[in-house]
Design a protein around this ligand. Structure first.
Ligand code: ZN
Length: 461
């Protein structure tokens, strides 16, 4: 795991940086992020189309101011000449035409171009990689992104630790059950838009970007206290007043810990992972049916079935969002899931397939530090036991099922027991994938198998 406890020296900045955010709609802006600095450019409305000033866009990067010469406005940036002609929808950059996506306007010596022109103007004059998040109006020059990962801890008191690759200093605002960190200048990016942590003081973390800014919103049922490490790379959120459990308080201190010894072990829960999501659609069945939708429906069904058996579970995604395989493993490991179940739907074959992880060379893995690829090694036998129990329950329900070990990601990256279940079309064709009865039977069999496996593992997998 990337988390290093020793390196985590928190200095409590008592919220001197808490800035109230006004409720007024902010002026539209474009933010340009470079390795050296970030700056924002006003976005103007011209006939319903967003426009920006080329001086605002390019002068912070060292461009000369536009000079009128032979009816053309000329600028120089990074030894590249850029020429604009009023009313033309193309500019000349380094002698080549660049499409601006709309015509050039000149207002009192100010050269305006459509917002969309920012990408070709920057990438061609700077000759570097430029990434434009158009809906959020954020443009990244080079690859100096700031990435982060969130670590949720649910011990005596829950807390959420956000680790950033670069120092950050967001504006913080509170609104009842949500805390928002607004990043005005930091090139924060994330592939994950929502992470779920359960139903306590900290319930979810939502990443969004809008109007040249990025924000992280934490929702929960308590007011959160925020601390920032002195290097600016770690932000911790936790409930303001630690919630003391009434039960724990009333327990006499000298009572033997044996009966309630498990109070301090994290609650057992099953992490249900509806595979795919967002632009990763998974397999397609016919024209409308997508794997990512089938897996989500099956996941919700499984959640219900587990609940009926008194087993807690969480959905790794509960919406149409994209999460990378690595990230899925990180979330599951960070939250200490008791069992992880990935759900798939697809060809080939028919019936249901139950997969357990297969390590390429388990013998080679020794020592205290497990490589990421073989995080699974210590849990392999338990994964196989869960797969066997689930397979047996499927057979009992008359489902046609095959069981096999596969070196499949992200199963191999899980530190706890992990299986994957794949639903393939039954004899009656594609229809069966949607067949509610069959889906129920599969979900029910997985839930029963997990309940069985839990008993075998002494209810403490
Ligand atoms: Zn799949």
């Amino acid at each position: 795991m990337r988390w290093n406890k020793a390196g985590f020296a928190l200095v409590i900045f008592v919220l001197g940086w808490l800035v109230p955010i006004s409720g007024a709609t902010p002026e539209p802006q474009l933010t340009v992020y470079t390795a050296q600095a970030s700056y924002s450019v006003s976005v103007l409305d011209r006939g319903g189309k967003p426009y920006i000033s080329v001086t605002d866009l390019l002068s912070p990067l060292g461009a000369s101011s536009p000079q009128l010469k032979n009816k053309e406005w000329r600028m120089e940036l990074n030894k590249a000449e850029i020429r604009f002609s009023p009313d033309k929808d193309k500019a000349t950059v380094r002698g080549h035409q660049a499409d601006l996506g709309g015509r050039v306007l000149v207002e009192e010596g100010r050269v305006l171009v459509p917002l969309d022109a920012a990408l070709p103007l920057l990438s061609r004059s700077l000759n570097t990689m430029v990434d434009f998040h158009r809906p959020a109006r954020r443009i990244f020059i080079g690859s100096g992104f700031t990435r982060f990962y969130a670590q949720f801890k649910n011990e005596d008191q829950s807390s959420l630790v956000l680790n950033f690759s670069q120092p950050v200093k967001p504006d913080v605002s509170h609104d009842q059950d949500r805390t928002t960190l607004l990043f005005r200048k930091e090139p924060i990016v994330s592939e994950t838009s929502k992470q779920l942590f359960g139903d306590g003081a900290i319930q979810s973390l939502i990443y969004s970007e809008d109007n040249g800014t990025a924000s992280l919103t934490v929702t929960g049922n308590a007011a959160l206290e925020i601390t920032r490490s002195d290097d600016g790379k770690t932000i911790t959120l936790q409930p303001e007043k630690p919630a003391v459990e009434a039960v724990a308080e009333s327990t006499p201190q000298n009572e033997p810990a044996t009966t309630e010894g498990q109070r301090h072990t994290p609650e057992f829960f099953v992490m249900i992972d509806p595979s795919h999501g967002g632009s990763d659609k998974g397999a397609s069945f016919g024209s409308k049916l997508l794997e990512k939708d089938i897996t989500l429906r099956l996941a919700r069904e499984l959640h219900k079935e587990l609940e009926e058996r008194g087993i807690a579970s969480r959905l790794l995604r509960d919406g149409d969002i994209e999460i990378g395989l690595e990230r899925r493993a990180e979330i599951t490991n960070e939250q200490h899931a008791g069992i992880y179940v990935a759900l798939h739907a697809g060809f080939p074959g028919h019936g249901v397939r139950v997969y357990s992880p297969l390590l390429n060379d388990p013998q080679q893995i020794a020592g205290r530090f497990l490589p990421w690829e073989s995080a699974q090694s210590a849990a392999l036998a338990r994964s196989q036991a869960v797969a066997q129990a689930v397979t047996a329950e499927m057979r009992k329900k008359g489902l046609s099922v095959a069981s096999m070990g596969v070196p499949l990601r992200p199963l191999n990256n899980m530190v706890g027991p992990a299986i994957a279940v794949e639903l393939a079309p039954e004899g009656d064709g594609l229809q069966s994938l949607e067949n509610q009865k069959r889906q129920n039977a599969v979900a029910s069999a997985i839930a029963s198998g997990i309940a069985q496996a839990r008993i075998q593992m002494g209810a403490r997998p």
